[in-house]
Design a protein around this ligand. Structure first.
Ligand SMILES: [Zn+2]
Length: 185
């Protein structure tokens, strides 16, 4: 498999194939520009940064649009072709799209492992955990054998908490008020 990767890695047509050639609307999923987000995630230290395989050559990205949420397969990765696919569906949360995108990138980076857990082995889980922390500051997630959903929930929780945290930090008036209440109390 690695021989195949190296071969496609050095081909010029392969590089051209992975460049953005579709309109931005094609990549817009759940309010997210998947192409831009993928470019950002490809440079994470977990993947070796800019000098890593994903940073050097961002993979091809396909967006499939389903009429309803797929039961299990929310995306897929084809390491031999250095490309991933993310499925968009009605009711999809931004966290769902982010989780699937990163999940498939980790597949490209890790490849398959020997044994029964070919795709979701120990290295996959460890890389996913690290990339989630680096990319989204999300950690301490118990995956429990479900490959999709747990991180998406954590991403959504984090997003719902963020505005509150930010407004607290940005309002000196509020802090002064809290200070005066504290003095009164
Ligand atoms: Zn998977």
């Amino acid at each position: 498999m690695f021989a195949a990767l190296r071969r496609t890695g050095s081909s010029r047509s392969g590089e051209r194939r992975t460049s953005r050639r579709r309109p931005t609307s094609y990549y817009r999923v759940a309010g997210l520009d998947l192409q831009a987000e993928m470019d950002r995630l490809c440079r994470l230290p977990a993947f070796g940064g800019l000098a890593g395989p994903l940073g050097r050559r961002p993979p091809g990205l396909t967006v499939r649009r389903a009429s309803k949420r797929p039961r299990s397969r929310l995306g897929f990765a084809i390491p031999e072709e250095w490309r991933i696919s993310v499925t968009a569906f009605p009711g999809q949360r931004r966290g769902d799209a982010e989780e699937t995108l990163l999940h498939e990138l980790v597949h490209l980076f890790v490849g398959t492992s020997p044994g029964t857990r070919r795709w979701h082995g120990r290295e996959f889980k460890a890389t996913m955990r690290r990339a989630m922390r680096e990319g989204y500051d999300v950690g301490g997630v118990k995956v429990n054998g479900a490959y999709h959903g747990a991180y998406a929930d954590a991403l959504e929780r984090r997003r719902s908490q963020q505005p509150a945290r930010r407004s607290k930090a940005l309002h000196p008036d509020q802090l002064a008020l809290i200070g005066s209440i504290a003095r009164q109390g």
